[in-house]
Ligand binder design. Sequence first.
Ligand SMILES: Cc1cc2nc3c(=O)[nH]c(=O)nc-3n(C[C@H](O)[C@H](O)[C@H](O)COP(=O)(O)O)c2cc1C
Length: 144
Amino acid sequence: MVIFSTIGGTTRKVAQRVAGRIGDDVLLDAGEALSSPVLRGVAHVLLFSPTYGDEELEESFERLLLHYDWESLKGAGFAFCELGIYTGYENFGHGLDQMVCRTLVDHGLHQLAPSLSIDAVPITDWMMVDAWSDLILSHPVIRS
Ligand SMILES: Cc1cc2nc3c(=O)[nH]c(=O)nc-3n(C[C@H](O)[C@H](O)[C@H](O)COP(=O)(O)O)c2cc1C
């Protein structure tokens, strides 16, 4: 399962590309994921959020993180990708991954790959996106 939030559409494109590359056909935006019945038996969830504000999640992604029934995915693997712009920000990463990963680990999910921070302005680093997809694809949870 792949879940993303977006305002300008870039994060959707990145999520679609990763989902296509790893062969996952469950692609939901954060609002849809929150309002849909929880899917049982999901082995992995890949999450994508843009940064809006200094180290702030996009709003619908924040709602997902706070209110989704993560307990129902206990035991599943996860990976998180954040998009943003490095220019003008001191930290190399965008700073969202700690709050996302801690929330999911606290609910019993386990991290499949290190979080990816993509510089998406002015152009998306597709080579990084593809390398990250391949890293996830090499994980036994995804291959099984
Ligand atoms: C109003 C606005 C605020 C933003 N704030 C940040 C920020 O604080 N930190 C950051 O790294 N990127 C920031 N960005 C860059 C976005 O995260 C980046 O453009 C991202 O690709 C947008 O994804 P989306 O098209 O899926 O909405 C901001 C962009 C906009 C338009």
